[in-house]
Design a protein around this ligand. Structure first.
Ligand code: COI
Length: 369
């Protein structure tokens, strides 16, 4: 069985010599319009775990992997990941938003997927070293950032079904603009999945593992076929309680200013942005409720005016307004269907903190460089 981290283990992720770097012109062209998840920096952080512990830590060239076709991850999906961003502030310094929270969730996901726990200090060191190596790739100006994708998978070549005895940790980096569309904040439309669920009690819904995302893809394709941007899932037991989108948490703004988000029941991912939005909403004077949300409350609340605004949030999506909830034969739209005032205010406060334009009163920012 994979182990808990050895408190004394120290991974430094030294920078390997001789990694080729792309030229200034090519990089500038990419940073001009990075899109999301399309371009990658020159380096990646890597470490390998065996029953003897963690080792082989280094920052190396971002390059294709050599992987056995029998690598367990390719057969049994023993894999987890994280998503976080590094932001360049006006004085040139570079900061990550709450990376300790990502490190802790990575550890929780690892335990659920029977993977070894990467010590929090190693997780942080890997992103510090990677961002230092790829500093020129951190966008300047606007809301663009360097998206960091730490992940870990069963690299052992073995077809028996058991926790792998060789596991690879990698962190790659990708300059990122808006996740949706071309940067203009536009409300997204949501298809309510009729047939598929994302997670069941006792399953892996609270872990950030690739399998959860694979399971959402067919429902996402159904959403696209109905002209929608995203899919929303209901609970697997009663098909009644709102859970989350494929990779984002949901918030509802009521007519009295209260913010409501589905409570964490073990089938919903505990988003770092979700937790931060709850705090920002309190800071802005809103009541907040984490509780079960009946889909009828969403549907009927749009019609009655009780639900004024709906938004989705996540590292990639930041805070994105939700327009229509689409079901066979019905369409429910909160407010006037545009970006609501509360949604805009929360998004602004969050991005102001991330980009160093507002005071970081909660100590969320972690200086990388
Ligand atoms: C993130 O927001 O970082 C995620 O992992 C979600 C994914 C849909 C990009």
């Amino acid at each position: 069985m994979p182990t808990e981290p050895d408190a004394d283990v120290r991974l430094d992720f030294p920078l390997a010599d001789g990694v080729a770097r792309r030229g200034d012109a090519e990089r500038a062209g990419i940073l001009d319009a990075p899109g999301f998840g399309k371009h990658f920096t020159d380096h990646m952080a890597r470490a390998v775990w065996t029953p003897d512990g963690w080792g082989e830590d280094a920052v190396v060239a971002h390059a294709p992997l050599v992987l056995s076709p029998a690598a367990a991850v390719l057969h049994y999906a023993q894999e987890i990941f994280e998503g976080l961003k590094a932001y360049r502030h006006e004085d040139g310094s570079v900061w990550a938003f709450r990376p300790e929270a990502n490190a802790r969730r990575f550890a929780r996901s690892a335990r659920r997927l029977a993977l070894p726990v990467l010590p929090e200090s190693a997780f942080l060191r890997s992103i510090e070293q990677l961002v230092a190596a790829d500093l020129d790739w951190v966008p300047t100006g606007g809301e663009n950032s360097l998206y960091l994708r730490p992940f870990m998978f069963a690299s052992e070549s073995f077809l028996g079904v058991r926790p792998a005895k060789e596991v690879t940790y990698l962190c790659i980096a990708s300059p990122a603009g808006a996740y949706f569309g071309d940067g203009e904040i536009q409300p997204v439309s949501i298809w309510l999945s009729q047939e598929y669920t994302r997670a069941a009690p006792g399953g892996t819904g609270a872990a950030k593992c690739g399998g959860n995302y694979a399971a959402s893809l067919q429902a996402q394709a159904e959403a696209a076929a109905h002209g929608c941007d995203q899919v929303a899932f209901l609970d697997a037991v009663e098909s009644r309680w709102v859970e989350e989108l494929g990779g984002m948490n949901l918030f509802f703004v009521l007519d009295d200013g209260t913010l409501v988000t589905p409570e964490l029941t073990g089938t919903i991912l505990e988003g770092v942005t979700r937790t931060s939005v709850l705090q920002i909403a309190r800071d802005l004077g809103h009541e907040v409720e984490e509780r079960r949300v009946d889909v009828a409350e969403w549907r009927d609340g749009c019609a009655s005016g009780r639900v004024r605004e709906v938004f989705a949030c996540g590292t990639a999506a930041v805070v994105t307004p939700v327009g229509a909830l689409v079901e066979p034969g019905s369409r429910a739209v909160p407010g006037d269907g545009g970006t609501g005032e509360v949604t805009a205010a929360i998004r602004r406060r969050l991005t102001d903190v991330q980009l160093g334009r507002a005071e970081d009163v909660h100590g969320w920012m972690h200086r990388l460089v």
